[in-house]
Ligand binder design. Structure first.
Ligand code: SAM
Length: 389
């Protein structure tokens, strides 16, 4: 139900690689939108996309993977980033979370900063995502139990209050500390006019992008990252960054400096072949972040090596139930049951992960499903849902 034209449109406008999404998921999303718009041929639907920006938003909402949760990647990552921000000095530190999905990532940063004693006055935190629906959910600041998967320590007792509908509402000060903005990471005008960011966190986007789109996003990073700034990507994605532009440095993170001043982007791209990273890179813990900076000494490790070293391992340990009484149980809580939401076309589906049709929030004693492979095309897929990251 797709055509090369539709495929090319999605690659170009959204930067998404239909293969990484899963062929059946891609076809299903297009079919769903065609039905919703009463369009009978893919060619006609491609024509509709060409003229109707709202339809792009609707198709994008079908295609993107929203999976995220608080302190994803582990507390040590957020503690490290908060420490780095705290050490930056007196002026407000500028931070970008892209893509931010439903807000858990930037809010985790804000919470880690609070726990470090850094108030919102000490930083400016922009959070950008393509999907307006995700941003609306983020701004509402209410989260289901599935947003809390990092067990230690659970942020709810200190920073959330239970709501009547079984969710958890984030503290108002932290909600106000993040500025949510719509943006397409592959569009040329992304955050045009913004001052550089000291810290850019971009995780779990590259795995869905075409090589060409990755180049575009990397160029944005170069433009938007302060000379001595840090770029934090997920471990598997470090290897997908253009090798000449970002270099990695010692444990527990990759740290880079800007290339020598006066060297332009194009020249940087033509720079010397990067030397392989020393073996110490291989000793990093798999779940540690890759933190990248920009700098004069290109030494990004061989992508294939890094992809293997940093692939997130399957997490097989059971996720314990939250201890009873550790925080108040919301009245009528449905923490374990999956609410359904109705898609624009009327098809209900579970919120959260659609991987193999199972809940993304494992019940007590159940083992967590394996993390998504670094190679998207090998992921488990279903007709209506992808194996979420
Ligand atoms: C898997 S979530 C990652 C969220 C968060 N960074 C994390 O790691 O938990 C992927 C997000 O990327 C967003 N996205 C996909 N393509 C995008 C694009 N071209 N520009 C901006 N956001 C995009 C989706 O809307 C989705 O919210």
């Amino acid at each position: 139900m797709t055509t090369p034209r539709l495929d090319a449109l999605v690659r170009d406008r959204l930067g998404l690689d239909p293969e990484s999404l899963g062929e059946s998921a891609f076809r299903g999303a297009v079919r769903h939108r065609m039905t919703a718009r009463r369009v009978t041929t893919p060619e006609a639907y491609a024509g509709l996309l060409a003229t109707d920006p709202a339809e792009w938003a609707a198709l994008a909402a079908e295609l993107v993977v929203p999976e995220t949760w608080f302190f994803r990647g582990g507390r040590p990552l957020f503690d490290h980033l908060a420490g780095w921000v705290a050490a930056r000095g007196s002026r407000p530190v500028r931070i970008l979370s892209l893509p931010c999905s439903t807000g858990e990532e930037p809010f985790s940063l804000a919470l880690a900063l609070r726990e470090r004693g850094v108030s919102p006055a000490g930083y400016q935190l922009d959070a950008v995502d393509l999907a307006a629906g995700h941003l609306a959910r983020a701004a509402a600041g209410r989260f289901a139990a599935s947003s809390f998967r990092e067990p230690d320590p659970d942020p709810r007792p200190r920073h959330f209050r239970p709501t009547d509908d079984g969710r958890w509402e984030l503290d108002a000060e932290i909600r106000g500390a993040v500025r949510f903005r719509p943006g397409n990471a592959v569009e040329p005008g992304l955050l045009a006019g913004e001052s550089p960011y000291d810290l850019i966190v971009c995780r779990n986007l590259f795995i869905y992008l075409t090589p060409e789109a990755r180049e575009r996003v990397a160029a944005h990073f170069e433009r938007l990252l302060a000379p001595d700034g840090l770029l934090c990507v997920s471990p598997t994605e470090a290897a997908r960054l253009p090798r000449a532009r970002f270099v990695a440095d010692g444990p527990p993170a990759f740290c880079l400096l800007r290339r020598a001043s006066g060297v332009g982007r194009v020249e940087a791209l033509r720079g010397p072949t990067p030397r392989p990273q020393p073996r110490r890179a291989s000793t990093y813990k798999n779940r540690r972040p890759a933190i990248l900076g920009r700098g004069p000494s290109p030494s990004l490790p061989d992508p294939a090596t890094v992809a293997n070293k940093y692939r997130e391992p399957p997490l097989r340990r059971p996720i314990p139930s939250p201890p009873p009484g550790r925080w108040p149980t919301p009245a009528g809580s449905t923490r374990r049951s999956r609410p359904t939401r109705t898609r624009p076309g009327g098809t209900p589906r579970p919120t959260g992960s659609a991987c193999s049709g199972r809940s993304s929030w494992p019940a007590a004693g159940r083992t967590r499903r394996p993390a998504r492979s670094a190679t998207p095309s090998t992921s488990t897929r279903t007709t209506r849902g992808r194996c979420r990251t």
